[in-house]
Structure formats: C-alpha cells, structure tokens
Design a protein around this ligand. Structure first.
Ligand code: SAM
Length: 215
C-alpha cells in the first residue's frame, strides 16, 4: 500500500500570519522560503534512517528511470517542494537532501515535479501495475526506447499492423520488437545506445538496420 500525505508548511510556523516566505537578503525580485518552517517540518515528519529526504529543485541531479529504481527501494520518501525563488540556502546546508530536478526548465512550484517522481516510482512497486511485464519493457528500462505498439483493428485508413505481430510466432515477434526498439533508439536517442548493454544479437540487428538505411 502507498500512502501519500501532504503537509502544509504553514502548520510549522509560529507567527499569527503563518508566514513561510520573506524577501531575499541583498535585494532582488521574488520571495524566498524561510528555513525554520522547513527544518521544523522535516524534524517532525522524518522517520530517521527510514526516510529518504528529497528536495525538488531545477538545480538537482536529473531525474530518470535509474533514480526511480533507486527510490522504490525506500519505505519512506519525504519530498520538499519549493515555491517563489526557492529555498533559503541553509535548508540544503542543514539537511543535505538528495536534490532532484525533473528537467532543464523552471516550473512555478515543486508539486508537479513531486507527482512526476512519485508516479514513476510507485509504478515500479510490485503489484501496482496489472501486468508486471508492462514496466519490464518500458522505455529507458535497458537504456532503450520501447518498441512500437499496435492494437485492433488490423487495418485503419489503409495503415496495416506489421504482419509479424499477427503471425503468432513468438520468436519472430520477440526479434521484431527488439529490432524496432533498437531502430527507434538509434534514430531518436543514440546517446542511450552508448550505455546500453548490447548482446551479440543486438549488434547483428543493428548491422541489419544500418544496411536497411532506414531509421
Ligand atoms: N530560482 C530557482 C532556480 O532558478 O533554481 C527556481 C525556483 S522555482 C520558480 C520554484 C520551485 O519549483 C523550486 O524551488 C522547486 O521546488 C520547483 N521546481 C521548479 N522547476 C523544477 C524542476 N525542473 N525540477 C524540480 N523542481 C522544480
């Protein structure tokens, strides 16, 4: 079971207006999240060693499937979402959180990054997906994009499903899917192939793709 609890930082303030932000020292635009409510919140919510503390920031390490696999091993994730100009630097200094970014762009707050990270992580928990194989063959699982998928009908507006997928020949289908995954990865994300764990068959299929000249 997964339980998601949202905590309001204002609950960890002690002034009448429950203020969580203030102007930046040195001047400049925007507001900065005050350190005390965050430090107090983490102290109150953390379960010590069991907790993996994550701070969502565009300055963090880039989120990807490998980090999702890492996070799914933890029983308790505590995600700190920013707003405005972000956090007082002493939050980082005091807590040394795992700083994670979901991409090289800036969103208004950490809520969407938190949801992205949670969704990618939770679907890796055994039993969450109806069919465990759905996640096993997803893009990025093996530094590889997923193969093209088709469903019924077999022909739509003159476009047919590749014959091999209707053949019932499991070995041909497996080989076709592997080849198309390689073709797609080579065409769209050649950077992934550089760190993919390719076997002899993969190299042979890549040779065929090269000869066919179609990416
Ligand atoms: N001034 C900050 C900077 O340039 O690093 C950006 C602050 S942003 C407007 C407000 C908050 O949104 C951040 O503190 C962070 O929690 C969240 N956020 C925005 N973009 C993000 C991203 N790409 N990845 C993770 N969190 C992000």
């Amino acid at each position: 079971m997964v339980e998601i609890v949202v905590h309001d930082l204002r609950a960890f303030t002690h002034d009448r207006h429950a203020v969580v932000d203030d102007r930046p020292y040195g001047g400049g635009a925007g507001m900065v999240l005050k350190p005390e409510p965050i430090l107090e919140a983490v102290a109150g919510i953390s379960r010590g060693e069991e907790t993996r503390l994550i701070l969502l920031t565009p300055q963090g390490r880039p989120f990807g499937q490998a980090i999702a696999r890492e996070l799914v091993e933890h029983r308790h994730l505590l995600l700190i979402c920013g707003r405005y100009e972000g956090f007082d630097e002493r939050v980082r200094e005091r807590l040394c959180p795992d700083e994670i970014s979901i991409g090289d762009y800036v969103l208004t707050g950490g809520e969407l990054p938190a949801l992205v990270l949670l969704d990618a992580t939770i679907r890796l928990i055994p039993g969450v997906l109806g069919d465990a194989d759905s996640a096993r063959y997803d893009s990025f699982i093996e530094a590889m994009l997923d193969f093209p998928q088709y469903t019924r009908p077999p022909v739509v507006q003159g476009l047919s499903v590749p014959e091999v997928l209707l053949s019932g020949d499991h070995e041909r289908i497996r080989r076709w899917r592997r080849k198309e995954a390689l073709r797609r990865t080579k065409a769209r994300r050649p950077d992934l192939l550089l760190r993919a764990d390719l076997n002899e068959e993969d190299r042979r299929l890549l040779g065929e793709i090269e000869e066919e000249g179609s990416c």
